[in-house]
Design a protein around this ligand. Structure first.
Ligand SMILES: Nc1ncnc2c1ncn2[C@@H]1O[C@H](COP(=O)(O)OP(=O)(O)OP(=O)(O)O)[C@@H](O)[C@H]1O
Ligand SMILES: [Mg+2]
Length: 448
């Protein structure tokens, strides 16, 4: 799906075209159609393809996608996600935020889980909201098996769910799915909805869950990772090949002022990483997106946690142009001017729905646009291209709606806002000290 630059340019479906253009003009990464705009990253994609086939074969994987502000982390995560869906994985994705973390005691881990579930996607439902359809698929697969083997559906479903019960927290998870089946069998929509709500991590209290479904537990902060593992097994029972979990904006952990809270999150990452390195998890992969600070900072980043630093340390032989894509960390280089030129060509192509005779600008116009950007905002125009891409699409929109207008006349009027990294704002270090009176440096080694 990524080699279109080698052959004839593909046609672009209207739905993809509109999604791409609208998202990029709004300054966000599109959710579909990445292959039409993608430039570079071939080796990186290859590395992730290896992970995806390992996950499909019953293994696990964790990767840290590390790049400077605006270098294309989110784009890459979405690209990997869409490849994973093509390969029959279920994907979930979310941005971390102050209210969404991997470990917490005040509901923030459940909140991250719920966000992941809202964004659950499959090839048939790439835009998210796929939980109910995955459960439905589990049920229909079981019904088919029951019909083929002459057993009762009830028995088949129980047998299948039994294998969940052996995992931590699996008993209630299995019970909830059984309740969904019961709702399906008796036409009880409420029961089905409640089961889906439970799986989506939307029950806030045990009492509510007990009343609605008769189960004792809910997805809460402490069961975040266990539930993802259960889910990975469950999606396989529903006929998919595994689960890919994409977590972006990991810098939010680095920003946590409370050392204890930060370390607890890093410990969770260590668990995930160890499971995938040691083969203790199955059919599940994690892709984390973060800035170099999040990884390398020895006071607050992953490197502040000794066990992670040793596992994530970069291969010292991979320097001076030598590369190694086999380690858990993938460094994304910023786009180059050559990449940016190809990107403009791709955008022109998408805008014209894949029809070269409908291009609104000649190649010369692309070059002129780049010179204009370089003069206005310096080399950040290709290193952090969000605003430049936006400006280019705005220019195309005007050319499209004003036929006969000369691009040369318009180009001088294109304005581009320079991009600044909000993470350069000073961190708040005064907030909620971890242990009253203890200096931060001492706490950095806490738990090691
Ligand atoms: N390989 C690529 N091919 C085509 N376009 C890309 C590529 N990488 C990034 N882009 C585009 O560049 C812009 C910036 O990328 P993106 O938002 O992914 O960066 P980021 O590293 O996630 O930034 P931030 O640090 O702000 O989170 C987006 O408009 C994206 O669509
Ligand atoms: Mg991003």
């Amino acid at each position: 799906m990524i080699d279109h630059m080698a052959g004839t340019p593909p046609r672009i479906r209207p739905r993809e075209r509109d999604a791409i253009i609208q998202s990029l003009r709004a300054g966000v990464v599109p959710r579909i159609g990445h292959q039409h705009v993608q430039v570079g990253r071939f080796e990186e994609v290859k590395a992730l393809l290896t992970d995806i086939s390992r996950i499909t074969d019953g293994g696990a994987g964790s990767r840290f996608i590390i790049g400077e502000y605006g270098s294309g982390k989110t784009f890459f995560l979405h690209l990997v996600r869409s490849i994973a869906m093509e390969k029959r994985l279920v994907t979930v994705h979310a941005d971390l935020s102050p209210d969404r973390r991997l470990h917490a005691t005040g509901g923030q881990a459940r909140s991250l889980y719920a966000e992941l579930m809202r964004n659950m996607a499959t090839r048939a439902k790439p835009d998210g909201g796929a939980v109910a359809s995955v459960v439905e698929r589990f049920v229909s697969q079981a019904l088919t098996q029951a019909r083929d083997s002459g057993q009762s559906p009830q028995v088949v479903i129980r047998q299948r769910l039994d294998s969940l019960s052996e995992l931590t927290g699996g008993y209630d998870f299995a019970d909830v799915v059984a309740k969904y089946w019961q709702g399906h069998d008796t036409g009880n929509e409420q029961l089905k909805n409640d089961a889906v709500r439970w799986l989506r991590g939307e029950f806030a209290t045990r009492t509510d869950a007990r009343n609605a479904l008769g189960v004792r537990t809910i997805v809460d902060d402490s069961s975040f990772y266990d539930n993802l593992k259960l889910l990975s097994r469950f999606v396989c029972m529903a006929g998919f090949d595994g689960l890919l979990v994409c977590l972006d904006e990991m810098v939010n952990l680095y920003k946590l002022a409370n050392t204890q809270a930060r370390n607890a999150n890093y410990e969770q990452i260590l668990r995930i990483l160890n499971d995938s390195l040691q083969g203790a998890a199955s059919h599940i992969g994690f892709v984390f997106g973060g800035t170099p600070d999040f990884l390398l900072d020895t006071r607050r980043g992953l490197y502040s946690y000794a066990a992670l630093q040793s596992r994530l340390a970069e291969n010292t032989f991979a320097r001076d142009g030598l590369v190694d894509y086999s380690g858990p960390v993938i460094r994304l280089a910023n786009l180059s001017p050559e990449d940016f030129y190809l990107l403009l060509r791709n955008l022109r192509h998408v805008q014209a729905s894949g029809d070269p005779s409908a291009y609104l600008l000649p190649d010369e116009g692309l070059q002129a646009f780049m010179s204009h950007c370089a003069a206005r905002v310096g080399d950040t125009y290709f290193r952090t291209p969000r605003n430049t891409i936006k400006a280019f699409l705005d220019l195309l929109a005007v050319l499209e709606q004003n036929p006969g207008q000369d691009w040369r006349a318009l180009l001088g009027a294109v304005t581009i806002a320079p991009e600044t990294d909000p993470d350069f704002e000073p961190l708040d270090t005064t907030d909620e000290p971890a242990i009253a009176g203890a200096p931060d440096d001492e706490l950095a080694t806490f738990r090691l």
